[in-house]
Design a protein around this ligand. Structure first.
Ligand code: FES
Ligand code: FES
Length: 156
């Protein structure tokens, strides 16, 4: 980490690449991903840790990027929807189950469900799925379709 004039230069490992960015110590990971790295899939919703629209995967776990400082993310592996490349099982499952409406929440749900599959390679019980999905809100009430997508993800 290099410091100059109130800024710090950090290297973020995002979607398989190392990206150098100059940030202020208080900059959110969400803001840096969107405004400096052009990765706009993660969305600013509540900016309070409640809605999950900003969810990305850090070291294999879903993380709300509005609650993480960019400087805290240095040295960790970050995955955003852009890094899934459109071929992940979760994409196909969401399309097949029509698990989206307005789409503002969808990137966050894709990240949570992708991480769920990474952490639980076999279909987990209903209570585990509910617990994981509880971190994200969908204002269009696509919950049943999203649950169906999770089932399709495990049995494509
Ligand atoms: S914007 Fe991060 S949880 Fe809502
Ligand atoms: S599809 Fe989730 S908020 Fe509309």
């Amino acid at each position: 980490m290099v410091r100059y004039e109130g800024m710090v230069v950090i290297s973020l490992h995002v979607n398989g690449e190392n990206r150098e960015v100059a940030v202020r110590p208080a900059d959110l990971l969400l803001t840096v991903l969107r405004e400096q790295l052009g990765l706009t899939a993660a969305k600013p919703g509540c900016l309070n840790g409640d809605c999950g629209a900003c969810t990305v995967i850090v070291d294999g776990w879903p993380v709300k990027s509005c609650l993480m400082l960019a400087v805290e993310a240095e040295g960790h592996t970050i995955l955003t929807v852009e890094g899934l490349g459109g071929t992940a099982a979760v994409h196909r499952a969401f399309v097949d189950a029509n698990a989206f409406q307005c789409g503002y929440c969808t990137p966050g749900f894709l990240m949570v469900c992708h991480a769920l599959m990474t952490r639980h390679p076999a279909m987990p019980g209903e209570s585990v799925v509910e617990e994981w999905l509880a971190s994200n809100l969908c204002r269009c009430t696509s919950y049943q379709e999203i649950r169906s997508a999770v089932e399709r993800m495990y049995a494509p």
